[in-house]
Design a protein around this ligand. Structure first.
Ligand code: THU
Length: 154
């Protein structure tokens, strides 16, 4: 991960500001840990997400998943996502959890910039760096084609 100056990523300041706006809507009564996220699309839209917790803790949705699911729900796909920011107000910069890395490895391009910020310090990374050798759709191809062959052969 590389520490960046705001000027290095197109409009990084706005992206991070909007992620902090999203954080205002975090629903985190159990952890008290509020996270905001924001996606910028290639056509200039900002799509916000916050963490939404649940009394059944495992049903919680992280901020970055909220944002990326929202973008997909509006019809955007990985090629149209220009950058993602994830923000917290902790001294130590927050990095995405394992579940989010798995989701982002499919729904973002490997080299799409991911900005992690606490408002004072910002680092830039991407999902290839955060999750090398991830499991993905290509790993299912071998068994899928075997199954298709079996079906064809009756
Ligand atoms: N959380 C996020 O929303 N994103 C992260 O990158 C790390 C963790 C949330 C999940 C939960 O609501 C709270 O932070 C504490 O884990």
């Amino acid at each position: 991960m590389e520490q960046i100056k705001m000027e290095q990523i197109k409009d990084a300041k706005t992206l991070i500001e909007k992620a902090f706006e999203a954080r205002e809507n975090a629903y985190a009564p159990y952890s008290g840990f509020q996270v905001g996220a924001c996606i910028r699309t290639r056509d200039g839209q900002y799509i916000l997400g916050a963490n939404i917790e649940n009394a059944a803790y495992g049903s919680t949705n992280c901020a970055e998943r909220s944002a990326v699911f929202s973008a997909y729900s509006r019809g955007y796909r990985r090629e149209e996502i220009e950058a993602l920011a994830i923000v917290t107000q902790t001294e130590k910069i927050t990095t995405p959890c394992g579940a989010c890395r798995q989701v982002l490895s499919e729904l973002l391009k490997g080299d799409t910039p991911i900005l992690l910020s606490n408002g004072t310090k910002t680092v830039v990374t991407n999902i290839s760096e955060l999750m090398p050798d991830s499991f993905g759709s290509e790993d299912l191809e071998e068994t899928n084609s075997k199954a298709a062959n079996l079906e064809r052969e009756g």
